[in-house]
Design a protein around this ligand. Structure first.
Ligand SMILES: [Zn+2]
Length: 263
């Protein structure tokens, strides 16, 4: 997460604010207060808080939206915008799905309802366009900055196979044992299902299952099959470890691997 504060960013976007002290002074302090409150609530895990910071009298919400859309994204702040899209280790992966490139910044607290947080860096999560769009109606989201990194094995998968000659399908789920904190688990679930992330993983990994289907067709030895699975899913492991590891374990543990065309 960037150490840049929204007030400093705001002053950079509007470099001549000192000339309009009266007009911007109240706004600048409201932005600072809103961000302080946001950081405090998020640090305590209260992601669904409603802000108690009032917008300055006469503030048109559109001003803050324009500040984001125009000044930060397209104009004077674009260098900051690009910098904010760099997530962990300078990688540009979406903070929610971990599979696509971060093409945008998602407002964790949406800017239409929380205009004072429109340019708060701690409220701006690197995100792919799909997650940004799909998560728009999800309030109870996983917070890539304030939530803990999820433990190994947080995601599980299970193959769906009816015993026929068709390739298997796959489903993803989280378990109580892997994510003990109830509220964190609900945020992860709302993000995966509300944001259609699990559905996109299914599409992505069905392709690899079809490739395995072709490989397994003429190989009935179970150990050889397991080795193929290891090779298939270790190649891109560093790219998106959660669903990749879950898929690998699901295939290795599956009835399909042990029973299909092995008799
Ligand atoms: Zn994404």
């Amino acid at each position: 997460m960037s150490t840049l504060t929204s007030e400093r960013l705001f002053n950079r976007l509007y470099p001549n604010t000192h000339k309009h002290e009266k007009q911007f002074g109240h706004l600048s302090s409201a932005i600072r207060n809103a961000e302080t409150e946001y950081r405090k609530e998020c640090a305590q895990g209260n992601f669904l808080f409603s802000s108690s910071v009032a917008a300055p009298y006469g503030l048109d919400k559109r001003l803050m939206t324009l500040l984001y859309d125009y000044h930060l994204v397209q104009s004077s702040g674009n260098t900051e915008y690009e910098r904010l899209k760099n997530g962990r280790n300078g990688e540009r992966l979406c903070g929610y799905c971990d599979i696509r490139e971060a093409e945008t910044l998602d407002h964790y607290k949406e800017k239409a309802r929380y205009p004072l947080l429109a340019v708060a860096p701690s409220n701006l999560v690197p995100s792919c366009a799909k997650c940004n769009h799909n998560l728009a109606s999800v309030d109870n989201k996983y917070h890539p900055y304030y939530d803990p990194q999820l433990p190994d094995g947080w995601l599980r998968a299970r193959l769906i196979w009816d015993g026929s000659d068709e390739p298997p399908g796959i489903r993803y789920y989280t378990t109580r044992s892997a994510i003990g904190d109830k509220r964190l688990r609900s945020r992860v679930r709302d993000t995966l299902y509300g944001g259609s992330i699990a559905a996109r993983w299914i599409v992505e990994f069905n392709q690899s299952l079809r490739a395995l289907y072709r490989d397994f067709y003429d190989i009935s030895n179970i150990d050889e099959r397991k080795q193929i699975v290891e090779d298939t899913y270790s190649r891109r492991l560093h790219v998106y470890p959660g669903p990749m590891v879950a898929t690998k374990h699901a295939v290795i543990a599956s009835r399909w691997l042990r029973k299909w065309r092995t008799a």
